[in-house]
Design a protein around this ligand. Structure first.
Ligand code: ATP
Ligand code: MG
Length: 332
């Protein structure tokens, strides 16, 4: 099956909690849609999670399974997609070390995503592992010789860094890797419920794929709307409203009508939020249904991870053979 699909996708998530709607529209949706066409690898990046959560590794084992369940609930089919755990593919760490020779510290220091994340985490000084995680990410992407990387917009500098490494490696040692391209979705930065930041696991502003119907309803009721609208018939400005932003992402067919009525003051915020809640719950219901099977059979979740990891290691061994050959470090 996978042999027929020549082009490859690699992408994934840090196991730092539950996946949310931002993950879905930013990347997961593309993965589900493209898994028939591409040989798809999904990495659960536990080593990368350690770059910020090194002091609490005990959370990882539950979070790894949580992300796996979220993938499966969202429609990732383990028959078509290889889901694996980063730290269990040691070849990725090996490749990271080789790449670290051909990346400069200045390139890493100037990476805008690294800068803004360091600020978000309040780092006065960065660890070597945090500063260097784009190098490790280059190894994630290339260990399976991926062509395409579906990601949100914060990842663009990292993909650019990977392309630089690939070009330098191929030029210096010999052609091993294709130059991977980012696939940016129509919603590369879904806003959080606070209406200020991108929806993020770490900022407590997310609607999770695993939220219940009631949780979704409560969160939408609290979502920030146009501050100029106090009374139901005040004229609204949908372009500044988080709820309208979600209508565009999850209720596109009604979004023009809603914008018009909001501007004319003929739909109130409560009614608008109720419509969104219905839409979101209808969208999440099939995921809730699929999730039940995996909650009931946790051994299935583990089995999928173990089988996927074994497949990823086979691929990694093949790549490392080529790498060692062109680098002329295949001594014996
Ligand atoms: P953390 O707060 O732990 O960094 P996160 O919510 O930012 O978590 P990541 O695991 O860093 O999630 O990101 C995984 C993928 O999801 C990346 O491709 C990222 O660009 C994408 N993504 C994350 N949040 C959003 C969002 N709000 N909108 C669109 N894409 C997103
Ligand atoms: Mg992030």
């Amino acid at each position: 099956m996978s042999n027929k699909k020549e082009k490859r996708i690699l992408t994934g998530d840090r196991p730092t909690g539950k996946l949310h709607l931002g993950h879905y529209v930013g990347s997961l949706q593309n993965r589900v849609e493209l898994q028939d066409e591409y040989n798809t690898f999904l990495i659960i990046a536990d080593v990368q999670a350690l770059t910020t959560n090194f002091d609490q590794p005990d959370k990882l084992s539950e979070d790894v399974r949580q992300v796996d369940r979220d993938y499966l609930a969202a429609g990732i089919d383990p028959e078509k997609t290889t889901i694996f755990v980063q730290s269990l593919v040691p070849e990725i760490a090996e490749l990271t070390v080789f790449y670290s020779m051909i990346v400069t510290v200045n390139q890493l220091r100037h990476n805008p995503t690294i800068k803004s994340e360091a600020e978000q985490y309040g780092y006065k000084e960065m660890s070597y592992g945090f500063l260097g995680y784009p190098v490790s990410q280059a190894a994630d992407i290339t260990f399976c010789r991926a062509n395409l990387v579906p990601v949100g917009e914060d990842q663009i500098p990292h993909i650019e860094q990977t392309r630089k490494i690939v070009r330098k490696f191929n030029n210096m040692y010999g052609e091993v890797f294709p130059e991977p391209e980012a696939l940016i979705s129509d919603f590369p930065r879904l806003m959080g419920l606070d209406g200020k930041n991108k929806m993020s696991k770490s900022l407590n502003n997310a609607i999770y794929l695993s939220d219940s119907r009631d949780e979704v309803a409560q969160k939408i009721m609290q979502a920030k709307t146009d501050p100029a609208r106090i009374h139901k018939d005040d004229l609204g400005h949908p372009e500044v409203c988080t709820v309208y932003h979600y209508h565009k992402a999850f209720n596109l067919e009604e979004s023009d009508e809603i914008a018009e009525k909001c501007r004319a003051g003929t739909i109130g915020c409560v009614a608008c939020k109720k419509r969104l809640t219905e839409k979101l719950n209808a969208f999440l219901d099939p995921m809730r249904e699929r999730r039940k099977k995996y909650l009931k059979n946790p051994e299935l979740v583990d089995q999928i991870l173990m089988e996927g990891t074994a497949k990823a290691r086979e691929e990694a061994a093949e790549t490392m053979k080529m790498v060692r050959k062109v680098m002329k470090i295949d001594y014996f």
